[in-house]
Design a protein around this ligand. Structure first.
Ligand SMILES: *Cc1c(COP(=O)(O)O)cnc(C)c1O
Length: 358
């Protein structure tokens, strides 16, 4: 006899992060994890320094100041906000609190690779439904719902597709789901979608909708791990029972609040992303590389074949540029390229242009 793990755990394939180094390359441009090319906001760095001498004190358990700041900036009810160690933790709260052995968690074909992992962590069964032309297909989701379905996980805008469902489509999906099924809208990239509110009003008006947000992408704080969720007070109350009381440190809380309140920085980052995303998309089209309109801070470049994607990846690597192979997301023929700053985007365009000409 030996210790036996909970059922499902050994089915978890470990999450693969984006690579960050190329052997023998010193000037590496990392465009593999959708990080902010400008780094963390200076206001957050100052807040981290300012909080450091308080590191011996336990942090507040209720995250009151950060929740108040989120509520103020987004016009929300602070009582309906829960904060987590990245939005990944908020996703874990909902899957763990509402699904277990025998239950099903629906995710979509090209959805975030954490979703099946989270389902297995809860002991539940992940159910993968097809997308349609690289877009989440609400009809396919509804067709997959059974009496065992507890949670539906949708990435919007999608990663790695960059496509988006409209508020009308999200509302129709929420309306059509059984009332006991929770619709989770993972809005990690919504700030890049030109003002779309990403389901927050649905979460405000429905008992069974949770929107998750993160400080990892637009706010440039992926290394600090802060995210939040918005849902009905009943859902928040349940999830809070399984949240560790001190899940966020004084450093995380201070940095997130400072980043959030720096609206000039936010405007600068979204404008930079929109401009460079348009440049990159235009260049890909000019090179004959297929690419949908992206509503996020990356583009999905689709090549003629898996071999061609591998060749382009190798050509970029030779120039010190790391992008993401997305075979595990169902796109062996594609590369996901994070939108960089102006110089970084020029480097990508130049490298791909030279590769095409070779
Ligand atoms: C990056 C990302 C997140 C954010 O995860 P954090 O835990 O907040 O860093 C969530 N969902 C998707 C689809 C992502 O790509």
């Amino acid at each position: 006899m030996s210790p036996r793990p909970q059922p499902g755990l050994m089915e978890i394939a470990l999450y693969q992060g984006g690579a960050s180094a190329i052997p023998g390359q010193s000037s590496v441009l990392k465009l593999s994890s959708n990080e902010n090319p400008l780094g963390p906001p200076p206001a957050a760095i100052a807040a981290i320094r300012e909080a450091a001498p308080r590191a011996h004190l336990y942090p507040p358990t209720d995250h009151a100041a950060l929740r108040a700041a989120i509520a103020e900036v987004h016009g929300l009810d602070p009582a309906r906000i829960i904060c987590g160690v990245g939005s990944d933790e908020v996703l874990q709260f909902v899957t763990q609190a509402y699904a277990g052995p025998g239950d099903e968690i629906i995710h979509t074909e090209h959805g975030f690779s954490m979703y099946p992992i989270l389902a297995h962590m809860a002991g539940a069964t992940p159910v993968c439904v097809p997308e349609k032309e690289r877009r989440v297909d609400p009809a396919a989701i509804l067709a997959a719902v059974t009496e065992r379905t507890r949670v539906v996980l949708v990435t919007n805008p999608g990663n790695p597709t960059g496509t988006i469902l409209s508020e009308e489509e999200l509302t129709a999906l929420a309306d059509a789901l059984p009332a006991e099924v929770i619709l989770v809208i993972d809005a990690a990239y919504i700030e890049f979608a030109g003002g779309a509110e990403g389901g927050l009003s649905l979460a405000a008006s429905r008992p069974n909708v949770l929107v998750t947000r993160t400080f990892s992408k637009l706010y440039g704080l992926g290394g600090l791990r802060i995210g939040w969720g918005y849902a009905a007070a009943e859902l928040i109350e349940v999830m809070t029972r399984i949240r560790q009381p001190f899940n966020l440190s004084v450093i995380q809380l201070a940095a997130a609040e400072a980043a959030l309140r720096d609206r000039d920085w936010v405007a600068r980052c979204t404008a930079l992303n929109a401009a460079q995303r348009a440049r990159l998309t235009g260049a890909l089209h000019a090179l004959g590389i297929a690419c949908d309109e992206s509503h996020a801070n990356f583009v999905l470049a689709r090549f003629g074949s898996e071999a061609e994607a591998a060749a382009a990846d190798a050509a970029l690597k030779a120039e010190g540029i790391i992008v993401r192979r997305v075979t595990g997301y169902g796109f062996p023929e594609a590369l996901r390229i994070t939108v960089g700053d102006e110089a970084g985007t020029t480097r990508v365009i130049d490298a791909l242009t030279a590769w095409r000409r070779a």
